[in-house]
Design a protein around this ligand. Structure first.
Ligand code: BV8
Ligand code: ZN
Length: 246
């Protein structure tokens, strides 16, 4: 598809000194992982306040774990798609590239992207609910041997190592994101840009001089705030940008 704006964007990509990409659930949708707010969105059959808050977990850890165990089982059967693969290639060939993702599914890492900044954590990692001091640990067994799982250090409850509503972003991740926002090109792909502070990252990048681009088949809260809002699916657009072809 020879589209002048593809070549213009591809040129920006090749010339940028530093490129940062923020992804959301829409990048994993073609892999079969439901988004949060789409027609079949995850939140349709579940209410965020019921499942993705510390209060909900404190009230009913079993229920929250059953939802996460269901998501882990489903994600384990899904494969990275062309959008994930394209970004993995960018991380290998572009001199200064950072991927920040709101997704907890781990598909960017499975596609080969290293150094992913997991803004909302990882569904494959657990941490101690009782904060006994142990560092979060990876446990990608499907199914987990017991629900709710226990902390290997203190025997207390373990929780998914994700960021729930009302919880702060890990300050180490925030610090790494701050450096990545000093970029020439900031691309936000596959997110409704509803959830903060993730949705505010593009404004910080823009304020620091980045050219900002959105890739999404639909208009979002970010569409009027970016320099270029591209109406298209990430898995089709991203692969074209590094090799725009003849
Ligand atoms: C914080 C958990 C403060 C992990 C998630 C009122 C009450 C309480 C809180 C708030 C409030 N108002 C504002 C807030 C703050 C709140 C917030 O922003 N709420 C929103 C809903 C208004 N934010 C927080 O609570 C954050 N923490 O503020 O803490 C604080 C500070 C200091 C000390 C203490 C506290 C924490 C937010 C993190 C919440 N956790 N998930 C998990 O289980 O997954 S958020 C959840 O939404 C997911 O993580 C997801 O990543 C995130 C964003 O969703 P999207 O990725 O954008 O997905 P969505 O379905 O919405 O959109 C998909 C898009 O893809 C669509 O636009 C679609 O068109 C597009 N698409 C579809 N197909 C494709 C495509 N695009 C491209 N290609 C395709 N093929
Ligand atoms: Zn513990």
């Amino acid at each position: 598809m020879h589209d002048p704006s593809i070549s213009a964007l591809s040129l920006r990509l090749q010339r940028a000194r530093r490129i940062t990409v923020l992804t959301g659930a829409g990048v994993s949708a073609p892999s079969g992982i439901p988004t949060f707010r789409g027609p079949q969105g995850l939140w349709r059959s579940h209410r965020p306040e019921d499942l993705a808050t510390p209060q909900a977990f404190g009230r009913d850890p079993q229920l929250v774990w059953e939802w996460y165990a269901w998501r882990r089982k489903h994600i384990a059967s899904c494969e990275p798609n062309a959008g994930h693969v394209a970004l993995a290639r960018w991380s290998q060939v572009l001199p200064c590239f950072t991927l920040i993702t709101q997704n907890v599914d781990g598909l960017h890492e499975r596609a080969g992207t290293s150094g992913v900044l997991r803004f909302h954590g990882s569904i494959w990692h657990l941490r101690c609910w009782d904060r006994c001091g142990i560092e979060p640990w990876r446990d990608d067994r499907v199914p987990l041997p017991e629900l709710p799982p226990r902390c290997p250090a203190c025997g207390g409850l373990a929780r998914p190592d994700v960021v729930w509503f009302g919880e702060p972003i890990d300050h180490r991740v925030l610090d790494q994101c701050q450096a990545a926002l000093d970029c020439d090109l900031f691309i936000v792909a596959g997110t409704s840009s509803v959830v903060y502070p993730a949705a505010g990252l593009l404004d910080v990048a823009a304020a620091r001089g980045a050219f900002t681009v959105e890739i999404n088949p639909e208009a979002t809260d970010a569409s009027s705030r970016v320099n270029l809002s591209w109406r298209g699916p990430a898995e089709q657009v991203l692969p074209l940008l590094l090799d725009p072809g003849p």
